[in-house]
Ligand binder design. Sequence first.
Ligand code: AMP
Ligand code: MG
Length: 355
Amino acid sequence: MTELIKTEIITVNPEAIDQTALARAATVLRRGGLVAFPTETVYGLGAVIYNRESVKKIFTVKGRPGDNPLIVHIYQWEQLMELAREVPETARILAQRFWPGPLTLVLPKKEAIPVEVSAGLPTVAVRLPAHPVAQELLRQTGQPVAAPSANTSGRPSPTRSSHVIADLDGKIELIIDAGPTGVGVESTVLDLTGPKLRILRPGGVTREMLEAVFGPELVEAPPQINCERPLAPGMKYRHYAPRAPLRLLTGDPELVRRFLLEGAAAARAQGKKIGIIAYDEDQDPAFAVTGVTFFSLGRRANPTEGAARLFHLLRLCDQAGVDKIYAVAPPRQGVGEAVFNRLYKAAGGKVEEIK
Ligand code: AMP
Ligand code: MG
């Protein structure tokens, strides 16, 4: 159990950035403190990569397994040379097209990167975030910052400062609040060390976007992605998870809706509270009658809405105190693939087809 400290919370308007506030945050980072900051994907929990003790503290306060490496955040392309032993032409093309943005590149690492950052792997994962607050903080810090999502390991990632406060208040020095993040799911992790571009985690930059640049034959995405322990597939544990058990359902929407109505009625008969995470189109007046709490991912045709809301909804399920959650699987297109992946993990690596 770590000792509790006083966590300072500062609010920064992303449209009119308070340089002085961020200068203070940068000082906290340089002196070895942990700072939670907004990015366009989710809130990150940062430490300067060369402060090994601080990097170790990231693992402690999150309860993160030591074999799960961290993403290094930079604010300008040139910093990549400080981190990666080799920078292939593909990295240059990807950066030109997708940076700043929700794309993380895995490259052979330089010796100087502490082993804690890469969790012993010979590679380093690097990203240049698009959020103006993240960029200014990184610029003022002047050194690469390792930052996983600013949540307790296993819990839904934080897309608002209130989520960070719920998980990390009293454990870190500073939280920068800049409102809800935009994309809502984490970055795409792309391995550039092999012959093809290998998607290790689907995220904000979609497979379709990568294929549009490089062609489908150059982009590889394992069907069931599990990169929590990268390059050692097969390890499964529940992640992104609300407290109540979650079942992920696919199948014909009409059949799924019938299944949900029956499930809701059965749960009501047992005095259980049900949460449903689904699309506007799946809403049914009968849900209200059975006492179900319906959480909308927005419109099925617009996967970015679902991505932006997903983690907040998972936390709302906790607050509502539901006993069971049913989630309707999103179409696996565009950023829908990332939403599917997070729900799949929240369900413990299972998806059920309703027939
Ligand atoms: P988080 O920042 O908590 O969203 O997690 C970072 C993600 O990047 C995890 O899924 C890691 O496994 C992945 N990652 C970080 N470094 C590497 C690396 N060197 N090779 C492969 N995956 C990595
Ligand atoms: Mg995470």
